[in-house]
Design a binder for this molecule. Structure first.
Ligand code: NAD
Length: 295
């Protein structure tokens, strides 16, 4: 029985972190401090734990991390004013708005205020629009991670039948666009897709970003396909212990696929590293771009 090549996302993530570290250092030599200013709104202990690990990773590559916390009763106006203040501060080079925001605050409206050059996650509608033209200033980290993995695996995307399952704004949709720009024939599947297996079985390249464990089984996959699993799900295994799995039934699919990413250790660590590299890139782009948004 043949087995797929399993992509080592951790190792790739470490290499990308190395690129980030070198770029942060090079910018420091030019007198530019790369920073990551993150905004956390609401009383969210999970958000704080996440912020602590973001801080550790940032500092590990030399990025100055600053956390701005607003309480659970913060209004949209307060979030907007904080973003505008960070936009106007030349010592701030990267802004990340942690989600979810408390109910009643319009997420897209807040993302709209982030300076597109400081928008390290590529969530401002201006960046999303520019992605449509294959020319974003900053792009969504998860979709960038998928493309980086394909490059690492030596996959030539041009001409492939690519199927992307899940079409969220941060993962599936930008990945579909990236693949289209690379001249794949792209099929976009989602919750309303009538016969998922009929679509996925055609895929030379299958990207899954849904959030449902075991959604993709052996019978969904064309032999030899490249399978990229973006999903991150916490489940309880037979012993009642918590385990992180993707959307793809890894053990069975690896027996038919040609290339596969595991969960954990696949797309996740690459995405995390790309955020750091994007933070450095954002600082570099601000250096060479004579523009400033008015707050
Ligand atoms: P989302 O909930 O915003 O979107 C899910 C998408 O899946 C939607 O387009 C929906 O139509 C589709 N969908 C739902 N059920 C389906 C089904 N039965 N068949 C086909 N399509 C279906 O999710 P998201 O934010 O894109 O996240 C998706 C998964 O990816 C989650 O597990 C999330 O944790 C993970 N994620 C991982 C990374 C990473 O770095 N690895 C980054 C972001 C998200």
């Amino acid at each position: 029985m043949s087995h797929a090549t399993v992509i080592d996302g951790k190792a790739l993530g470490e290499r990308i972190k190395g690129q980030a570290r070198r770029e942060v250092h090079a910018l420091a030599q030019e007198g530019i401090k790369v920073g990551l200013d993150t905004i956390l709104v609401g009383d969210c202990s999970a958000g704080r734990i996440y912020a602590r690990s973001q801080q550790k990773r940032s500092e590990d590559v030399g990025i100055e991390y600053r956390l701005h916390e607003l309480g659970p009763h913060a209004s949209g106006t307060e979030v907007r004013d904080l973003i505008l203040r960070l936009n106007a501060d030349p010592s701030v080079t990267g802004i990340l708005l942690n989600l979810p925001l408390p109910e009643g605050i319009d997420t897209a409206a807040m993302q709209y205020f982030i300076d597109p050059y400081k928008d390290v996650e590529g969530v401002n509608p201006a960046n999303i629009g520019l992605l449509f033209y294959d020319n974003p200033i900053m792009a969504p980290c998860t979709a960038l991670a998928v493309m980086e993995i394909l490059e690492e695996a030596g996959v030539t995307v041009r001409g492939l039948d690519a199927v992307v399952v899940g079409q969220s704004d941060i993962a599936g949709k930008p990945t579909s666009l990236f693949l289209l720009h690379k001249m794949a024939t792209v099929t976009s599947c989602h919750i309303a897709t009538r016969d998922l297996a009929a679509q996925t079985k055609k895929a030379d390249l299958l990207v899954v970003a849904v959030g449902k464990p075991n959604l993709i089984r052996r019978e969904h996959v064309k032999p030899g396909a490249v399978v990229i699993d973006v999903g991150i799900n916490t489940i309880k295994d037979e012993k009642g212990e918590k385990r992180v799995v993707g959307d793809v039934a890894f053990d069975e699919v690896k027996e038919v696929a040609g290339v596969i990413t595991p969960v954990p250790g696949g797309v996740g660590p690459v995405t995390v590293a790309i955020l750091l590299r994007s933070a450095a890139e954002a600082a570099r782009k601000q250096l060479s771009t004579p523009r400033r948004l008015e707050g």
